[in-house]
Design a protein around this ligand. Structure first.
Ligand SMILES: [Zn+2]
Length: 149
């Protein structure tokens, strides 16, 4: 990206955030030549990430599904709807920033888990039980032990 001040193309992104539900991406940049900072906005013309299911079929990525999954895991837990909203938005941003066009549903599950862990441990275990497809109680113990470590 050309610096609007010195016109050199030598910038570094220092902050990226999604706005308008992820359809607008704002980047703070720092020019490596004159050191001044500037902001760029990217509008997504088309939101075309597809999710690869376990049976290898593809479906459009729907943030709403992630939200529902997290809400279920947070049932009766002290997690606000704002926190859930923020989680969903962070995950969306991560996908946009990575520029993925296809992602496995398990990988999305792992992105959720990575963040849910610091929000609420019970919600984390509930979410893991669904996404990792726990077969028996041993699987629960394994995840609980990994939290304790
Ligand atoms: Zn510059």
């Amino acid at each position: 990206m050309r610096c609007p001040f010195c016109k050199h193309d030598n910038d570094r992104v220092i902050d990226t955030r999604a706005m308008e539900n992820g359809f607008l991406i704002r980047r703070r940049r720092s020019c490596g030549s004159c050191r001044r900072r500037f902001t760029t906005y990217e509008r997504l013309e088309e939101f075309d990430i597809r999710v690869i299911k376990r049976d290898l079929s593809r479906q459009p990525f729907e943030p709403e599904k992630i939200r529902r999954g997290i809400e279920r895991a947070c049932w009766k837990r002290p997690v606000s709807s704002e926190q859930i909203e923020l989680l969903v938005q962070e995950i969306e941003t991560e996908l946009y920033v990575d520029g993925e066009t296809e992602i496995e549903c398990q990988a999305i599950g792992e992105l959720v888990l990575k963040r849910l862990y610091s929000v609420d441990e019970v919600a984390y275990v509930r979410f893991a039980s669904v996404y990792r497809d726990f077969a028996n109680v041993e699987d629960f113990f394994r995840v609980i032990e990994s939290i304790r470590d």
